[in-house]
Design a protein. Structure first.
Lengths: 299, 295
């Protein structure tokens, strides 16, 4: 017993005791479910029993037009969020970081507020704002602009717009703060020497700010790609459930939820998850390669 | 824009006027942007003083007719009736769940990060690599197998089932590790010379000086736990265990007559996070942006 105690208190054992919770959590809540979902994707799981079906789930996915819609929706959404949520927050950050803006703290706080609200609350508010009645806020605005009123959540283009509005509303401020913290890390003497060389404001932005913000941009890009591809709750809240007319709001994770949870087809749902996993890892690898090449360039 | 002050002093009147115009434009731009961003919440707040049936019939819009505003929704929400009791229960569940998951998550992530930073041993880099690797798989992929696992472990519909899978948050470990690599390791040896055990050093010497990291992470974790929906929605089944977001979500039915509670309850549900944000704004931003600079 005392031997064990001595070992437990030794400098050799202590680090392993400290990391033990992580190892347990990793085994039980990461490796095990990951392996189990991979196994399930090759199985047909019904209340009566489990049957090994090989690649049947995947070949079914290849022909499943609803799944194609889900993939298309997720990609469209992800790419458009990248277009909207990287350049604009970056410009806002540069502007906010300049000496031109007064009462900075107040504006930053206002822009951050959406990130504090639960997706349930913001989703409910936007669902009501995108109401198809002419008195709904979005229709009031479009009518005032002379565009008429829309059945927002019943058509593909307007439904996607609604999702993007919610996304921009929630993340513009957060991404702006990321870029501001990135700007703070840039050495101000670089701007001074650029000024001595007679650089214009645009040149300073193009040749100093953008290259030196690259680590931040890559970070924001990575989390945006992941969040965009695995988006589900926003759509779930806007359409009050996983179903939307003609699947206009269906995403990959939405389809995983529908098959796996609503219809209790764990095998087929897992196959959807595996496709998402492969996509996510592929994007990650591409990004790591690009990152590595960039590093060589800098050296 | 940096380093212009000396230029500024020598500037002519024309430059100054131009600068003033630019200042007004830039500040005005953020005023407009902030107004747009705050608008939905403001509209929700105003709507919460009107009957919920109006929301179903008209959708959400800003209608500043004060004569039709009443406190009826809030009176109903706190009136002690069946709906009100349900709401209070969800609120209480959310508070408890948030407190439990923050304390557990911070404690565990702290010791794991400590083990990954303060010692040199064979598996250290490999373990840290695994921490990073777990971040590369979106959590949503794991919901089906985890759901099945929770059923077989009998953890479905329990708080443990909600909290445990998230207790070793890779990003929280990462943040603690980031902070701790900057701490002086000589303190460990000093502690050992004074006769403290390895665990005594971890909790009595190092933990107090890691306080700023705890502050930043506790706020972020609390916000995450308070607002978390997807996983708790799968694990909790009985209405008396629901957290606030899940409970509110059950009120969002197309033909529901619960919109009074839904909108007033939603607005009241933002308040705790809001108060914490106003008090500790700096820590929010520190904790959130910590990963971004280093990439």
């Amino acid at each position: 017993m005392s031997k064990f105690k001595k070992f437990f208190y030794s400098q050799k054992a202590a680090p392993y005791v400290f990391v033990l919770p992580f190892i347990l959590s990793f085994l039980f809540f990461w490796i095990y479910p990951l392996c189990s979902t991979i196994t399930m994707s090759f199985q047909d799981i019904t209340p009566t029993g489990t049957e090994w079906v090989g690649l049947k789930n995947f070949s079914k996915l290849l022909k499943d037009t609803v799944f194609h819609t889900a993939i298309l929706n997720s990609f469209e959404y992800m790419i458009l969020t990248l277009v909207l949520l990287i350049p604009f927050p970056m410009l806002f950050a540069v502007l906010m970081d300049s000496r031109l803006v007064k009462a900075k703290g107040f504006w930053k706080a206002c822009l951050y507020v959406p990130a504090l609200t639960s997706v349930v609350i913001s989703g409910t508010l936007f669902r009501l704002m995108f109401s198809e009645y002419s008195t709904g806020q979005m229709n009031v605005i479009t009518a005032a602009l002379g565009l008429g009123t829309f059945k927002w959540l019943k058509m593909k283009a307007t439904g996607l717009t609604a999702l993007l509005v919610v996304c921009c509303w929630r993340w513009t401020g957060v991404n702006m703060l990321y870029f501001i913290s990135g700007l703070k890390a840039i050495d101000t003497s670089l701007y001074e020497s650029a000024e001595i060389d007679g650089a214009s404001a645009w040149q300073k932005f193009r040749y100093v700010t953008i290259p030196l913000l690259k680590p931040t941009t890559i970070y924001v890009l990575t989390i945006s790609v992941y969040a965009g591809l695995s988006m589900f709750m926003e759509s779930y809240m806007l359409w009050a459930g996983p179903d939307s007319p003609n699947n206009i709001g269906l995403t990959i994770v939405g389809y995983l939820y529908k098959r796996g949870i609503t219809k209790n087809q764990l095998g087929y749902g897992s196959a959807v998850g595996i496709v998402l996993l492969v996509i996510a890892l592929a994007i990650n690898i591409v990004q790591l390669i690009l990152n590595g090449t960039f590093k060589k360039e800098e050296d | 824009m940096a380093g212009t002050s000396s230029v500024n002093e020598k500037a002519e009147g024309g430059m100054k006027a131009k600068r003033t115009v630019l200042t007004v434009l830039a500040t005005g731009w953020f005023a407009i942007l902030s107004a747009i961003i705050v608008f939905p919440l403001l509209a929700g707040l105003i709507a919460s003083f009107r009957p919920g049936t109006e929301l179903i019939r008209k959708g959400l819009s800003i209608d500043l007719d004060f004569s039709t505003m009443t406190l009826a929704n809030y009176k109903y929400l706190f009136g002690g009736n069946a709906d009100s009791q349900k709401y209070m229960m969800w609120y209480k569940n959310s508070l408890i769940l948030t407190a439990v998951s923050v304390v557990l998550t911070l404690f565990i992530c702290y010791i794991v990060a400590y083990g990954l930073t303060m010692y040199n041993y064979k598996l250290k880099n490999f373990l840290f690599f695994i921490v990073i690797a777990t971040m590369m798989v979106p959590f949503e992929i794991l919901i089906l197998p985890l759901y099945k696992e929770m059923i077989s472990l009998n953890l479905i519909d329990t708080m443990a089932g909600v909290v445990l899978p998230g207790v070793c948050g890779a990003s929280t470990i990462f943040f603690f590790r980031q902070y701790m690599t900057g701490l002086p390791k000589e303190l460990l040896d000093a502690g050992r010379i004074d006769g403290a055990t390895e665990y005594g050093i971890c909790f009595k010497i190092m933990m107090p000086i890691t306080k700023p990291a705890f502050a930043a992470m506790s706020i972020l974790c609390a916000m995450g736990a308070w607002n978390n929906v997807l996983w708790p929605m799968l694990v909790f089944r009985s209405a008396e265990k629901f957290t606030l977001p899940i409970g509110l979500n059950t009120l969002l039915t197309p033909y529901g007559n619960n919109y009074d509670v839904l909108i007033a309850g939603s607005m009241f549900g933002i308040i705790p996070v809001f108060i914490v944000f106003l008090c500790f704004q700096r820590y929010f931003i520190d904790g959130m942006t910590a990963g971004a600079v280093k990439g």
